[in-house]
Design a protein around this ligand. Structure first.
Ligand SMILES: NC(=O)c1ccc[n+]([C@@H]2O[C@H](COP(=O)([O-])OP(=O)(O)OC[C@H]3O[C@@H](n4cnc5c(N)ncnc54)[C@H](O)[C@@H]3O)[C@@H](O)[C@H]2O)c1
Length: 333
C-alpha cells in the first residue's frame, strides 16, 4: 500500500487534532513531522508521539525531502505565506479556513498554485459532515425540487481566546466563512448583494481589538435565491450549528443541539446534553476531510475543496464587513 508522508504546521486546538488523526486514524498516511514556534506545543505533542520529528520553524519541516504533503493549521494570519512556501517546496497542501486575510495575497497564492501546478485543498469540513452530505445528496437527487433559500446558524459558546481572535480576521472571516461556503455550496451561482448588521452584544473583551460577537447577514444571489446567515459567539448553552435549505418541493434541516441521542425525562421536564464545541461536533467530519485529502493526493485527483472556493468565501466576507461598516447593502460586481 502506498502511504503519504505528511507534516502538520501549527499544533494549536485544531492542528493537534489533525496531527492525531494523521498519526493514528488513517491507514495510508504517515505523520513524520510537525512544526510550531511555541516550545510547549511541541513538547506536549512529542510526549504523545515521540517518533514524529518536531520543528520550531516550518521552513525546516518543508526542507525534509521525504515529506509529500502538509496540513496547515497555524494562526490564520500565517496561512498565505506558508501555503506559498509549501507549494514552492513541492508539497501537496491542505490549509485550514480562511485561506488568507488579504485579497492581494489571494492573487499571489493563485499565481503560485498555477506556476507550481500544485495541489491545494481548503478546510471547509462541514462539506464532509455526514448530515450535510446527506442533505446535499437529497437535494441533488431532485426529489425536493430546486433549493431557493438557505438559513444558517453558527453560534459558539463563547468568544475565542483573545490572542486567537487578534490573528483570526474577526467573526466573519473566522466563523461565518463556513456558512458563506455552505450557502454557495447549496445554492450555486454568484452572490450579487450582501447586507449585514451586527455588533458586540455580550463579549465586551472583543471591543478593544475591533471584533464583534454577533452578525446577521443577508445574501441575494444573481439567480434570485436568498440566504440568511447568523454568526455569534453568544450561545452560553453550547455549540449551536444548524442549517435549513428550503426547496420548491420540500426542505432539509441539518444539525441538532444534542450531542448524545438520549433524552432524560423527569418531573421537571425533558433533559438532553448540548454539543459542547467544534472538535466534538465535527470529529467525524475532520476525519473524513483528512481521508479525502490523503486519498486525492495519493490518487492524483483534483482537490475537492478548491482555492477558488476559499477565495470566494473570503471575498464575500470582505463585502459583509464592508456592509457592516457602511450600515448599507453592498453590491458585488
Ligand atoms: N475548520 C474548522 O472548523 C476550524 C476550527 C478551528 C480553527 N480553524 C482554523 O485553524 C487555524 C488554527 O486554529 P486553532 O484554533 O488551532 O488556533 P490556535 O491558536 O489554537 O493554534 C494555532 C497554532 O499555530 C501556531 N503557529 C503560529 N504561527 C506559526 C507558524 N509560523 N508556524 C507554525 N505554527 C504556527 C501557534 O503557535 C499555535 O500553536 C486557524 O486558521 C483557524 O481559523 C478551523
Amino acid at each position: 500500500m502506498k502511504r503519504l508522508s505528511c507534516g502538520v504546521i501549527g499544533l494549536g486546538r485544531l492542528g493537534f487534532k489533525h496531527a492525531q488523526t494523521l498519526a493514528g486514524r488513517i491507514e495510508n498516511v504517515r505523520l513524520i513531522a510537525v512544526s510550531d514556534p511555541v516550545e510547549g506545543a511541541r513538547k506536549s505533542f512529542a510526549e504523545r508521539f515521540s517518533s514524529v520529528e518536531t520543528f520550531a520553524h516550518y521552513q525546516d519541516l518543508l526542507a525534509r525531502k521525504d515529506l509529500d504533503a502538509v496540513v496547515i493549521a497555524s494562526s490564520t494570519n500565517t496561512h498565505g505565506i506558508i501555503i506559498m512556501d509549501a507549494l514552492k517546496a513541492g508539497k501537496a497542501v491542505f490549509c485550514e479556513k480562511p485561506v488568507t486575510l488579504d485579497m492581494q495575497e489571494a492573487a499571489d497564492i493563485r499565481k503560485t498554485l498555477a506556476a507550481t501546478r500544485g495541489f491545494l485543498m481548503i478546510g471547509f469540513m462541514r462539506r464532509f459532515d455526514d448530515p450535510y452530505i446527506l442533505g446535499k445528496k437529497r437535494i441533488e437527487s431532485g426529489e425536493l425540487g430546486d433549493p431557493v433559500y438557505v438559513t444558517c446558524i453558527s453560534r459558539d459558546p463563547a468568544a475565542p481566546p483573545i490572542e486567537f481572535a487578534k490573528a483570526s480576521g474577526g467573526l466573519v472571516l473566522d466563523m461565518c466563512v463556513h456558512d458563506i461556503d455552505l450557502a454557495r455550496w447549496f445554492l450555486g451561482g454568484d452572490v450579487s448583494r450582501v447586507f449585514a448588521q451586527g455588533g458586540v452584544l455580550m463579549c465586551e473583551e472583543l471591543k478593544p481589538i475591533g471584533d464583534i460577537d454577533h452578525i446577521n447577514i443577508e445574501f441575494a444571489f444573481k439567480s434570485g435565491r436568498l440566504a440568511h446567515l447568523e454568526g455569534s459567539r453568544n450561545a452560553r448553552y453550547g455549540y449551536d450549528i444548524r442549517t435549513e435549505v428550503i426547496c420548491t418541493k420540500g426542505a432539509v434541516f441539518i444539525g441538532d443541539l444534542r450531542q448524545t441521542a438520549c433524552v432524560v425525562l423527569n418531573q421537571k421536564g425533558a433533559l438532553t446534553d448540548v454539543v459542547p464545541e467544534f472538535r466534538t461536533r465535527f470529529d467525524k467530519a475532520y476525519l473524513t476531510e483528512m481521508e479525502h485529502f490523503v486519498r486525492d493526493v495519493l490518487e492524483g485527483k483534483p482537490s475537492s475543496v478548491t482555492l477558488e472556493d476559499g477565495i470566494a468565501a473570503v471575498e464575500l466576507a470582505f463585502a459583509i464587513n464592508k456592509s457592516y461598516q457602511l450600515k448599507a447593502p453592498v453590491d458585488l460586481a
